[in-house]
Design a protein around this ligand. Structure first.
Ligand SMILES: Nc1ncnc2c1ncn2[C@@H]1O[C@H](COP(=O)(O)OP(=O)(O)O)[C@@H](O)[C@H]1O
Ligand SMILES: [Mg+2]
Length: 261
């Protein structure tokens, strides 16, 4: 069966895209799904967060977009069923190259040869709505929007949903909103609960039941080059991402993970 391709997108930085990319990918792999994580952000945080150095222009997603076969670029991680295509800062050049010659289908085409190899392909994208993110949204079957439980969470969301609508109206009519993921929730605070309530009201049925708590282990794990489940499996962060994977696969999730905020 062809892989489900999922993009993590939000034009704001620091909202939990990369943390979700790494830890949802690892959680799905731990549930015996074959997973490819494509680091599609010139910052390369998914790459370093999984313990790899940033690649040069011949060895990562820049090379992928320049025609190198995806199979030659995938690296095996510590998680048995998780592989990654790394990214480095040279990917930023792509923003200009794609802009000069508008091409939205390139990533989709580049991933086609391995669609049958994986169950899931996750794409981590940069904090901008430029050509790189548009390529990710064009390649994807669905998009997950991570959003912190903060006062300004809904700011910029209109822009993002409008972008998704344009992609649906043009290069990728099949793109689905996989869900909004509330991240960095402070437990038992009124603000967190208010924001979560507001987002759930604005997007009924579109917000994951699983909420990701603010958890120091999630912030520490990347400096050890590991997904949080391989750094501290018992941590609330690890358990929350495992719950998200279960929810996403349509499985029952532990009551404790629901609406933490
Ligand atoms: N739930 C969380 N709890 C604590 N720290 C988090 C959490 N999610 C992300 N972080 C930290 O916040 C910062 C931004 O997260 P990141 O996933 O890199 O966001 P983005 O990819 O959207 O820029 C990183 O330092 C990350 O380790
Ligand atoms: Mg990131």
């Amino acid at each position: 069966m062809a892989a489900r391709i999922v993009a993590l997108a939000n034009q704001k930085g620091g909202v939990g895209k990369t943390t979700t990319a790494i830890n949802l990918a690892a959680s799905l792999a731990m549930m015996e799904k074959m997973v490819l994580l494509v680091d599609f952000d010139p910052q390369g945080h998914s790459t370093t967060g999984l313990g790899f150095p940033k690649p040069d222009h011949r060895a990562g997603s820049y090379a992928l977009m320049k025609g190198a076969p995806v199979q030659a670029l995938t690296l095996s991680t510590e998680v048995p069923m998780l592989q990654v295509v790394p990214a480095g800062k040279d990917l930023a050049q792509l923003e200009f190259e794609l802009f000069e010659l508008p091409q939205l289908q390139e990533l989709r085409k580049a991933l086609e040869p391995v669609r049958d190899t994986y169950d899931y392909i996750l794409i981590d994208s940069p904090p901008a709505l430029g050509m790189i993110t548009l390529n990710a949204l064009t390649a994807a079957d669905e998009v997950i929007l991570p959003m912190p439980c903060e006062f300004f969470a809904l700011d910029g969301l209109a822009e993002l949903t409008e972008t998704i609508r344009r992609i649906q109206g043009g290069p990728n009519p099949a793109l689905k909103l996989g869900g909004i993921l509330l991240t960095m929730a402070e437990e038992r605070t009124n603000l967190g609960a208010a924001v979560a309530g507001e987002v759930r009201q604005a997007f009924p049925g579109k917000v994951f039941q699983t909420t990701i708590p603010r958890n120091i282990r999630l912030a520490e794990a990347p400096s050890h080059g590991k997904p949080v489940a391989f750094y501290d499996l018992k941590s609330k962060g690890a358990q929350a991402y495992l719950s998200l994977a279960r929810e996403w696969l349509g499985l029952e999730i532990p009551a404790a993970q629901k609406e933490l905020a």
